[in-house]
Design a binder for this molecule. Structure first.
Ligand code: AMP
Length: 417
């Protein structure tokens, strides 16, 4: 049997990298005072059909939707913003604080065509700042993402745009639509359809014909309302002040009506065609879309697998997961001592490994080396009689005798030194 196409096992060796990355994310979240939210892996399908939009690829083609034995239509979450907002409304979080700052880390599910950097179960972390329209919220979200990438040695290009809001976007949409009409024959078939249903999405088409045909398309930045214009300028000014570089990309769009103002994306030059590290933006219309009170919000989501790909490519050194102590028994009687002492040391807080396969002392030494243990404790007949153990410092190549009675204390002091 094999794991399902597009899914992956994360074995202990890889888990070290995952845990390190998660730890860095949590640390940064703590500094910015975001609280962790954990929602269920599946939701009623309507959370996503209403929260992401029927017309999107995710809802239209990629969801793992099933009917359970009670006849409910459920869906494995393809993303987290909709569940977070569902939970925000359900628990009345908006009544408790003027701003709710939430983050998450976990698996998402989309039935996409698997390829390098694209999976069917993949992992995201993300954060949502729910309750205010201040550009500070937008800039903070971008700063956190940038902080995490920088800390992990991941270089990126940050693209930013404003997609306006329902007061100015309809007018732009009309202008764009008539432009697209004028170049209709030069567009790809897909974009010809989109020009009618979702014209802004034509601008982020990867098809060369579309790129060529829309080279001189009108851009939304020329049509922003005063409010949107000010919000965009202030957000950019804040990024300038805190020293985060960005490129304004007027073709960066979001297809849905509840997206407003800020849209941004982090791109990597290190991982081939699936180069989007993460993206986000403002979605002032989503909370009402899901049945809550009008509440502005801004958020970000990032793929973890792609970050790990970049880090591996860069030769990032992950902290090792080595035991602190390896205990070696030279004969059957000492092995008994080794087992008991290992349990005592572990209870006392040390990470301790021993041999379970009756291997020779030499083989056990090799194993301790392979695991990267800094200290090895060796006990044989002589040591059992004298009640002292030989403690070997593997890094410095030194050795000393330590009495059994003070061994745990001694090893703890050495290891946590
Ligand atoms: P999205 O929710 O589509 O904006 O995706 C946010 C980020 O999640 C992307 O920039 C990717 O880094 C990552 N991502 C999205 N879909 C996949 C996938 N199928 N496999 C791996 N990573 C993904």
């Amino acid at each position: 049997m094999q794991s399902v196409k597009g899914t992956k096992d994360i074995l202990p060796h890889d888990s070290v990298a995952w845990r390190h990355l998660e730890q860095v994310i949590r640390e940064v979240m703590h500094r910015y005072c975001y609280g962790e939210i954990r929602t269920p892996i599946f939701e009623d399908t309507t959370v996503f059909s209403r929260g992401i939009g029927e017309a999107t690829d995710i809802v239209g083609k990629e969801m793992y939707t099933f009917t359970d034995k009670g006849g409910s239509s459920l869906t494995l979450r393809p993303e987290m913003t909709a569940p977070v907002i569902r939970s925000f409304i359900e628990h009345g979080l908006g009544d408790q604080r003027v701003l709710n700052k939430l983050y998450y880390i976990g698996p998402m599910f989309r039935q996409e065509r698997p390829q390098a950097g694209r999976f069917r179960q993949f992992h995201q972390f993300g954060f949502e700042s729910i309750g205010q329209t201040s550009p500070e919220c937008d800039a903070e979200i971008i700063a956190m993402a940038s902080d995490i990438y920088t800390r992990l040695g991941i270089s990126f290009t940050l693209k930013i745009n404003s997609v306006g809001d329902p007061t100015c976007r309809p007018q732009y949409r009309e202008v764009l639509q008539s432009f697209l009409d004028s170049v209709h024959d030069r567009l790809s078939t897909e974009s010809q359809k989109r020009a009618l249903s979702n014209p802004m999405r034509v601008l982020d088409s990867k098809d060369e014909r579309d790129k060529e045909a829309t080279k001189n398309a009108p851009v939304i930045l020329d049509y922003l309302s005063d409010t949107c214009q000010k919000h965009f300028q202030r957000t950019c000014a804040l990024l300038d002040e805190i020293g985060i570089g960005y490129v304004v990309d007027p073709r960066l769009v979001r297809g849905l009506d509840y997206y407003t103002m800020t849209a941004f994306e982090f791109i990597s030059a290190d991982i081939g065609s699936q180069d989007a590290l993460g993206g986000g933006g403002r979605y002032d219309g989503l909370v009402t879309q899901l049945g809550g009170k009008e509440t502005p919000a801004v958020g970000f989501a990032a793929g973890i697998e792609r970050m790990l790909m970049v880090m591996e490519k860069n030769g990032y050194t992950f902290p090792e997961d080595s035991p602190e102590v390896y205990l070696i028994g030279m004969d059957p009687a000492s092995r008994d001592w080794v087992f008991q002492t290992a349990i005592k040391m572990r209870t006392g807080g040390l990470s301790v490994e021993i041999d379970y396969a009756d291997r020779s002392v030499k083989a056990q030494m090799r194993e301790a080396n392979r695991l990267g243990c800094p200290f090895v404790v060796i006990v044989g007949e002589t040591e059992l009689q004298s009640g002292t153990a030989q403690v070997k410092n593997m890094r410095e190549g030194t050795q000393e005798s330590v009495e059994f009675s003070s061994l745990i204390e001694y090893m703890t002091a050495l290891s946590h030194h």
